[in-house]
Design a protein around this ligand. Structure first.
Ligand code: MN3
Length: 250
């Protein structure tokens, strides 16, 4: 196949939604050859749309660790604004709002700061609501526990590293546990509404969970004591959902 026809073939396959059975290996091998540092696409089950999804629990379900008033304002005002502003920016910049936010984040450097801030903000919160749970009975799966031991030595060590990053992130941002493209577990943090799915991120990977450390996420209850909010986050972390994300990404 001549180089020009090969390009055309890939272009057509991409436009067709990368649906062709035999197009996938071609595109996959090109990607792994040309862009080693890119975040691999997320498992289809975890694609994020542009609209807010309903909360799976009541605003007061996470009391006393996260209070009802914070949850209500956070979900209906802050997070709702990210979704609204993302859709507005998408319309202005020719982004298909029926696609996935992950696809936008993977090339966010091509778009405006409005897309970066609100695309990140929407994605991060959609994930955040799902990694929270009123149930405190869930635990890391055997597979995730093994990976945590390999990467950190123990769950305690992971929590210590994560808490330190969450507490010391200057200003507003997020702390993350991610699976890197090399399939390693790493804790990291990002400023503002950035995340590790973005092509501009220094550390890239698929987030298993993230913690919002913007003051709007904790100030009503915890005031200036971010450390207590970070510690209590572990009491409402939905390991069941984290296990699912890990199983499909590792
Ligand atoms: Mn927030």
């Amino acid at each position: 196949m001549k180089p020009s026809s090969r390009r055309n073939f890939i272009g057509d396959a991409t436009k067709a939604g990368i649906g062709g059975m035999f197009a996938l290996p071609v595109i996959g091998s090109l990607l792994s050859f040309t862009s080693k540092s890119k975040v691999p696409p997320p498992p289809p089950a975890f694609k994020t749309g542009f609209d807010q999804t309903p909360l799976a629990y009541a605003f007061n379900a996470l009391e006393p660790n996260i209070d009802a008033e914070t949850m209500q304002i956070h979900y209906t005002k802050h997070a709702a604004a990210y979704s609204k502003n993302l859709k507005e920016a998408a319309a202005a910049e020719g982004i298909d709002a029926t696609g996935s936010v992950e696809d936008v984040l993977a090339k966010v450097s091509k778009y405006s700061m409005k897309v970066r801030n609100n695309g990140g903000g929407h994605y991060n919160h959609e994930l955040f609501w799902k990694v929270l749970s009123a149930s405190t009975t869930t635990q890391p799966s055997a597979a995730l526990s093994a990976a945590i031991t390999t990467s950190f030595g123990s769950l305690d060590a992971l929590q210590k590293q994560f808490n330190e990053l969450a507490k010391t992130r200057f200003g507003s941002g997020w702390a993350w546990l991610i699976v890197t493209p090399e399939k390693k577990l790493v804790v990291t943090s990002t400023p503002n509404q950035d995340n590790t799915m973005m092509d501009i991120s220094d550390v890239k990977g698929f987030p298993l969970f993230g913690l919002d450390v913007w003051e709007h996420a904790y100030y009503l209850k915890y005031r200036n004591v971010r450390a207590d909010y970070v510690t209590n986050f572990w009491k409402v972390l939905n390991w069941g959902y984290v296990n699912e994300r890990f199983a499909q990404s590792a």
